[in-house]
Design a protein around this ligand. Structure first.
Ligand code: FES
Length: 385
């Protein structure tokens, strides 16, 4: 039998390892700009096998969480099994409303353990968004929907994150963290999580009783509710200030997970400055900032899909993807925050404003855009790739 030599790691190995990041960045920068098309390649086929791009699911149950939120349990059809997910990930769901297809991403709010029962759970509220509105008001038991496989990197990764995690959330930001807490209690994830859940009033808190119960089941989970406009026993008051955070912060051993509305994110930007943390210690759930444009201007969007051209209206306060969906044209989309690249299209004419620009250098050079995070500033023409 062949002998295997085992050598213990020394200080030079550690130094070499630390340099790997810089070397990788230099190597990436030295590469040629070129476009990679994974759709028509063996790599694309492999990706589809590991993580199927679309799956049909059925609505199994609808649960009323409170006056504002409902949870929808989606189950796999027949023998088709659901893809596993990491607590904190999302799926995108496509609904047909009066003949037009709309897609929206939702954080999974169930434990990854429920995949074994063939279930995903999402939680929705009634907003101006057509998918939210439809799912909250009109969804029916046994109704079928197309969904994507789970995606996103807002989950705990032991190689990257410290095992003392402080999660600070508001509003819908609780959803990915609720899944993480269930995963810890179920023994699927192994890290310590202290939650600061900021809300105006007690009645605004989603999953309140469930979170209290999960807290009581595990020494790894601590749940704190922080009320900004109410004083009550068993609740912290005010905002998630540095003082509150310091009580559980361990220098050099803490990662922050932040998810919530823009107000919370702006507030925390300042509040967390005091800890002087490198970026990698603060993880944000991705979102697209609210568009506050006051003077709405209408433009024309010329869009080529499979060689056919359509002309539809678009507006400077709506993304190109919203205009495309409102125009009754379906193009694949998933994250809807400019990250996954699924809606990637070539800009052939016009001026645009790109928010949350996560495109590769090659895509920037060759004028590829993500319509889900792009606003028109003139008449625009794009080719959907
Ligand atoms: S849907 Fe992900 S980049 Fe547009």
């Amino acid at each position: 039998m062949e002998k295997i030599k085992i050598r213990s790691l020394g200080v030079f190995d550690e130094q070499k390892f630390k340099k790997l990041g810089d070397e990788r960045n230099k190597w990436l920068e030295s590469g040629e700009d070129m476009l990679i098309n994974t759709k028509d390649s063996k790599l694309g086929d492999l990706v589809d096998i590991i993580s199927p791009s679309r799956l049909i699911v059925t609505v199994k149950k609808v649960l009323k969480e409170n006056d504002k939120y409902k949870s929808i349990i989606l189950s796999s059809q027949g023998k088709e099994s659901l893809a596993p997910f990491r607590a904190g990930q999302k799926i995108a769901i496509t609904v047909n409303v009066e003949g037009i297809y709309y897609t929206k991403a939702y954080s999974l709010t169930s434990s990854p353990m429920k995949v074994a029962d063939g279930e995903y759970q999402i939680t929705v509220n009634d907003t101006e968004n057509i998918v939210d509105h439809y799912l909250f008001n009109s969804v029916k038991i046994n109704e079928k929907f197309a969904i994507t496989a789970p995606f996103g990197d807002f989950y705990y990764e032991p190689l990257r994150d410290e095992d003392n995690v402080i999660a600070i959330v508001s509003d819908k930001g609780i959803m990915p963290i609720y899944s993480m807490i269930q995963a810890i209690v179920d023994g699927i994830e192994n890290f310590n999580l202290t939650l600061f859940y900021s809300a105006k009033l007690e009645s605004d808190i989603l999953f309140k009783e469930e979170l209290r119960e999960l807290d009581s089941k595990s020494t790894k989970v601590r749940v704190n509710f922080v009320l900004a406009e109410e004083e009550k026993d068993g609740y912290l008051t005010g905002y998630v200030s540095t003082d509150k955070i310091k009580s559980v912060y361990r220098d050099g051993e803490t990662s922050f997970f932040v998810a919530g509305d823009e107000g919370l994110l702006k507030y925390l930007d300042k509040e967390l400055e005091e800890f002087k943390l490198p970026k990698k210690f603060i993880r944000y759930d991705s979102f697209l900032p609210v568009c506050n444009i006051k003077r709405v201007v209408k433009y024309n969007l010329g869009i080529y899909v499979n060689g056919e051209k359509f002309d539809i209206p678009c507006y400077n306060n709506k993304t190109l993807l919203q205009a495309i969906e409102d125009g009754g044209i379906y193009i694949p989309s998933k994250c809807q925050v400019g990250v996954c690249g699924l809606c990637r299209s070539e800009l052939v004419k016009g001026e645009v404003k790109i928010i949350n620009d996560k495109r590769s250098n090659a895509d920037k050079k060759f004028n590829y855009i993500h319509p889900c995070s792009t606003y028109p500033l003139s008449d625009v023409e794009i080719i959907v790739r």
